[in-house]
Design a protein around this ligand. Structure first.
Ligand code: MG
Length: 250
């Protein structure tokens, strides 16, 4: 069952989303060569708590940190730690926030120092895939159009989209119906018609090489099977009569 949010609920989700965007903005400023991934976690926690919100990933199914930080070949769910960022790294940061009973979820991939041309293209394409997906997320459209926009954008540049992890509905819970895959596959309910009040976390995960991934021994960090880099961008959006409203923005 896909729940429809009232305008009041969407306003509350906008508050949560604004805090996500604020945290991501501060993390982006802090992500420089020589900085540890744990420092980025501390920046996120400070911003989120100063705003009176709760870092939603902490303790979620036992996740040990406030945010997910995934470097280079790490796709998602990386655990912040002592690792120090180097020029040339790309670092994906995923922030979830709970505020007044509602969730916001967003991610960006940040270039550290100077990155190579392939990584630059990867970031541009993954970000463009998200933008194109959001443009499709209007009332009356099928969910399939959102998924196809991401897959087509990534694959037309020779990149692949991760199959094993997908976007999701969001609201009073972090993960609600429907699943929002970044590719078209009959095992998902892609003929769902989008309606005003639906709130979705759209999150392309784009790989340079194979779409195959594996989970590291820590039980959390997802890496590409071939060790090639991956990028992740995410917004929480609300479907309106006129199109999609991005909630994770300032
Ligand atoms: Mg998400």
């Amino acid at each position: 069952m896909v729940s429809l949010k009232s305008p009041r609920e969407i306003d509350l989700m906008k508050d949560a989303g604004r805090i996500v965007a604020l945290a991501l903005r501060e993390i982006k400023k802090a992500a420089r060569p020589g900085v540890s991934t744990l420092h980025l976690d501390a920046v996120a926690e400070r911003v989120i708590r100063e705003e009176g919100a709760i870092p939603a990933f902490k303790g979620y199914r036992g996740f040990p940190a406030n945010i997910c930080v995934s470097v280079n070949e790490e796709v998602v769910h990386g655990i912040p730690g002592e690792r120090v960022l180097c020029s040339g790294d790309i670092v994906s940061v995923d922030v979830g926030v709970k505020f007044k009973g509602y969730y916001g979820d967003g991610a960006i991939t940040i270039p550290v120092g100077t990155i190579n041309k392939e990584r630059k293209e990867l970031l541009d394409v993954a970000q463009d895939a998200l933008k194109r997906a959001i443009e499709k997320a209007r009332a009356g459209a099928k969910l399939k159009e959102v998924s196809a926009a991401i897959q087509d954008t990534a694959e037309s540049h020779g990149f692949s989209v991760v199959r094993k992890y997908v976007g999701h509905g969001i609201g009073r819970k972090m993960h609600e119906e429907p699943q929002v895959p970044n590719f078209v596959d009959e095992s998902f309910k892609l003929d769902l018609t989008l309606k005003p009040g639906m709130t979705l976390a759209i999150e392309p995960m784009v790989n340079v090489g194979t779409f195959d991934v594996k989970v590291k021994k820590n039980g959390w960090t997802v890496v590409t099977a071939d060790g090639k880099p991956s990028a992740h961008f995410e917004h929480t959006i609300a479907v309106t009569e006129d199109g999609a409203e991005v909630l994770t923005s300032l």
